[in-house]
Design a protein around this ligand. Structure first.
Ligand code: HAM
Length: 437
């Protein structure tokens, strides 16, 4: 027997999950608000492929990062190319900016996206192998005010979604001019402890000492104390850039915490780096999102040097935070259930359902073989405002039963009078909320 036919029914792969109907209204709400907040600030939607040449990420995100070294879903396709399920979208958006000629249009190009990303991490609450990001990238402008605009957008989106308990962490990682000195200072600090630190850290020490500050292992964290701060090594241009970002955030009343230990998990950042942390989410999964400036990425990929800044928010974690706070979106409300109680009543019921939908109501036709009692229970559960019942008696009399669920009242109505009668019931009871899914 082939290995996938062991007899047990198939299940999702580790770290991959279904989003079921009780969750999707909250997801739909996040997506709608992402579209709204982005469009309000002149960001246009971009979609890039889920599958990309592996090289895009090895060059863009960095060979030494955990993402590239350990977490990518990479395989050889039928054309013998090495391809990878995107672990993030920034490198793709930069590629698309050049490939699609957006570099010839008005600058900066303001772009937003949302969709699934893939990282083969150890699954746990808030960490999945397929997860969803809402991201924005502003490409083609070096102004620190663009950094402010991007951070403001992320903060505003979280607020619109109803997330509370968020803290914005801000740092500057310097640029190609001043970072080498900071890197060296970090090496000097960690060198005496190297023998006691983990294997990953020994690799980071060589390849990217900034990432040493991101190690969460209890064996390594004690050595972070007293590590040099990037602030002490910024060149004048980076210092000025950072001061303008800080001043801009203050002018907009956006609170932040200066965090010289904040390094991001991707190698492309220069200057501004930020994360939004949530107070209630578990340690390693507490970042609701993050981003920063990446002025060197285009060049690393082989394009003309082009400054850019962006962020990506993790929708899975935002939904988790909302669930824990009991602040999820309500289930969509179905206005009317039409229930034939005998098979012969189905055609009449289907016609009535169609007419009521044309009227603008959402209508479920419950023509299954279950009992009337079971169908009424379902209508109740799905919060129907009105139920239309058609059985043998109704077929004979030519009238239908119309039940007002909130008032628990039922009466006979002529089919022609149904639209108005349903309107009266629903206008009295229908709450405006809900309806996303
Ligand atoms: P990132 O920090 O790797 O940045 O990911 C952004 C967010 O995606 C994280 O803060 C987290 O909320 C979510 N996330 C990451 N991995 C997982 C996972 N395994 N499960 C659930 N959620 C996850 C980037 O991806 C950059 N491209 C952001 C950026 C855009 N920088 C500039 N522009």
């Amino acid at each position: 027997m082939p290995p996938n036919q062991t007899g047990a029914p198939p299940r999702t792969l580790p770290g991959m999950r279904d989003l079921l109907p009780d969750e999707t209204p909250t997801w739909a709400r996040l997506e709608r608000l992402a579209r709204l907040a982005s469009l309000q600030r002149g960001f246009a939607r971009i979609e890039t492929p889920v599958l990309e040449p592996t090289e895009l990420f090895t060059r863009g995100v960095g060979e030494a990062t955990d993402i590239v070294a350990k977490e990518m879903f990479t395989f050889t396709d039928r054309g013998k190319r090495s391809v990878t399920l995107r672990p993030e979208a920034t490198a793709s958006v930069v590629r698309a900016y050049f490939q699609g000629g957006l570099n010839q249009g008005p600058q900066p190009a303001r772009l937003w996206y949302q969709g699934p990303m893939f990282r083969s991490e150890r699954p746990q609450a808030g960490r999945y192998r397929q997860f969803f990001q809402y991201g924005v990238e502003a490409i083609g402008d070096a102004s620190p005010w663009l950094d402010v605009e991007i951070i403001e957008l992320a903060a505003e989106w979280l607020k619109l979604c109803g997330v509370t308990g968020v803290s914005l962490q801000l740092n500057s990682l310097g640029d190609a001019q001043c970072r080498p000195a900071y890197r060296e200072a970090l090496r000097e600090h960690f060198r005496p402890h190297l023998a006691e630190m983990c294997d990953d850290d020994r690799r980071r020490f060589e390849q990217n000492p900034l990432r040493l500050l991101d190690c969460k292992k209890p064996t390594c964290t004690p050595f972070h104390a007293g590590a040099p701060s990037p602030m002490d090594y910024l060149c004048d241009e980076c210092k000025e850039h950072h001061a303008t970002v800080e001043g801009g955030l203050k002018a907009l009343g956006i609170e932040y915490q200066a965090n010289p230990r904040l390094v991001r998990g991707l190698d492309y950042y220069t200057r501004t780096a930020f994360e939004f942390w949530h107070v209630d989410l578990e340690g390693a999964q507490n970042a609701l999102g993050g981003g920063g400036r990446y002025d060197g990425l285009a060049e690393t990929l082989g394009f003309a040097a082009t400054p850019a800044v962006g962020f990506a928010m993790g929708n899975d974690r935002v939904v988790l935070a909302l669930q824990r706070a009991g602040a999820t979106a309500p289930l969509p409300r179905l206005a009317v259930h039409v229930i034939p109680t005998v098979a012969e009543a189905a055609p009449t019921a289907a016609t009535i359902a169609r007419e009521l939908r044309a009227q603008g109501w959402s209508v479920v036709l419950d023509a299954g073989s279950r009992s009337l009692k079971a169908k009424m229970r379902a209508a109740q559960k799905m919060a129907a405002g009105a139920v239309v019942i058609i059985g043998e008696d109704e077929l004979k009399s030519g009238l239908v039963q119309l039940r007002d669920m909130a008032a628990a009242e039922q009466r006979e109505v002529a089919p022609e009078a149904l639209p108005q009668a349903v309107d009266r019931i629903l206008e009295a009871t229908a709450p405006a909320e809900g309806g996303e899914g």
